[in-house]
Design a protein around this ligand. Structure first.
Ligand SMILES: Nc1ccn([C@@H]2O[C@H](COP(=O)(O)OP(=O)(O)OP(=O)(O)O)[C@@H](O)[C@H]2O)c(=O)n1
Ligand SMILES: C[C@](O)(CO)[C@H](O)COP(=O)(O)O
Length: 397
């Protein structure tokens, strides 16, 4: 028995009232859709994902899937007018892939990025046993049926659940319910309700109140605060990460001297596989250190021809993206360049501006100092230049 997921991401997000569709809005530096797909990607129980998206978003989504290395999305389906039509389109694609009698289909809203692998596990386990299941939480509020502003009935709260996704089904059961709903023009707001309407029992698995659907602007704040509390990419902590970096390059004739992204007129430059920007290398190492991602040698090996002569600003952009994807922004950065010659003071403001631009920070968050070593050591003998950096990252909220 295999488990397929259909993720519906073709909504217009009208209640979010934003220029960007909500599935592409960022939470802790990562698009909501990617948060959601990452959880399914991580769950060992999900074999393949069919992603339902607006056709106009296909290219953009494929680029995101590549960039974030989501491997389980193997098929795409076009969105429909309503959520139900989107699921139906996903089921059409799925039909060619599944064994209708054996396999399970999990339906999940792209707009629920706080789903956990435990939620998925519980839905899959339960769907194996009960054939049609939804996750949900007991109602916290008293719910009233209202007609034209007047209360018609107060429902018995102890019987009420607010249901979410994921919802899980034996493939044939869900397909037939959707097919019947299409034929009879029956519209439901979730998939379980179609199965109920078609006459099959649906089991409810108790889920988590955290698994909210990002629907209106305040949901973004709630979701972001859950992420911050979990500090999911940084491990448990107080939302701050510190890192240090150090680098040295020897002088060489006939090369430009590039420090902090600034080309400095001098009789020689620094030797290296890349552009040998000693300051940016130290900064990148500090950033990677702060997010516990090793060092630049690991990410941009000097044995790799792609990085020959590489522009360190481009590599800094890459590292900074890694930092943002883990939910951090710059607190502050302090750097020291050790050089006997040339005099670096005239270039320091320019270096700070490069760093501020690339690290999306204010100049006041960045400090660059330069010192000689009083003619002592390899720096003093003008054999090379060294740089060190200390960085503090803060959780995004
Ligand atoms: N025609 C639609 C409508 C919704 N969805 C998806 O179904 C999920 C739940 O829907 P909802 O939160 O209502 O999203 P939107 O329809 O985008 O929002 P709104 O109703 O505010 O316009 C979302 O992941 C959404 O992208 C979809 O795939 N196709
Ligand atoms: C499927 C669902 O998420 C269950 O709560 C919900 O019904 C989707 O409703 P929407 O109006 O499409 O957001």
């Amino acid at each position: 028995m295999r488990v397929f997921a259909i993720v519906v991401a073709a909504g217009s997000g009208s209640r979010m009232n934003s220029k960007i569709k909500k599935q592409f809005m960022e939470l802790a530096g990562v698009p909501i859709l990617i948060h959601t797909l990452r959880v399914l990607e991580q769950s060992p129980l999900i074999d393949q994902i069919v992603l339902v998206i607006g056709q106009e978003d296909l290219e953009r989504v494929q680029a995101l899937i590549d960039r974030y290395k989501i491997r389980k999305v193997t098929h795409y389906a076009a969105g429909g007018q309503e959520r139900q039509a989107s699921v139906w389109n996903g089921l059409q694609v799925l039909r060619a892939l599944v064994d209708m009698q054996q396999d399970l289909v999990i339906i999940h809203d792209a707009a629920r990025p706080l789903v956990s692998t435990t939620d998925i596990e519980r839905i899959v386990e339960s769907a194996r046993e009960h054939s049609a299941v939804t996750i949900g939480t007991p109602a916290k509020d008293t719910i009233k049926k209202v007609n034209n502003g007047w209360v018609e009935e107060t429902l018995l709260r102890h019987q009420l659940y607010a249901v979410q996704t994921p919802q899980g089904f034996r493939a044939s059961l869900l397909y037939e319910a959707h097919e019947k709903a299409m034929r009879d023009n029956h519209l439901g707001t979730d998939d379980a309700s179609l199965v109920e309407w078609a006459g099959a029992p649906v089991w409810v698995v108790e889920g988590s109140y955290r698994n909210i659907k990002i629907t209106t602007p305040e949901d973004l704040q709630i979701a972001a605060s859950f992420l911050q509390e979990e500090n999911i990419y940084g491990g448990k902590g107080n939302g701050m990460r510190i890192g240090t970096g150090f680098d040295v390059h020897r002088f060489a004739e006939g090369r430009p001297l590039v420090i902090g992204g600034v080309t400095i007129p001098f009789e020689k430059g620094l030797l290296g596989h890349s552009d040998a920007d000693v300051l940016l290398h130290a900064v990148k190492d500090a950033l990677l250190g702060a997010i516990a991602e090793g060092d630049i040698g690991q990410h941009f090996p000097d044995t790799d021809e792609r990085f020959r002569g590489a522009n360190s600003v481009d590599l800094l952009k890459h590292v900074w993206q890694m930092v943002k994807e883990r939910g951090y922004r710059l607190g502050n950065l302090d750097c020291t360049i050790m050089a006997q010659r040339p005099k670096l003071r005239p270039y320091i403001e320019e270096m700070k501006a490069v760093l501020a631009k690339e690290l999306e920070a204010e100049l006041s968050q960045i400090n660059v100092k330069a010192t000689t070593t009083e003619r002592l050591g390899f720096v003093g003998r003008e054999e090379g230049i060294a740089a060190e950096a200390v960085v503090l990252l803060m959780n995004v909220l």
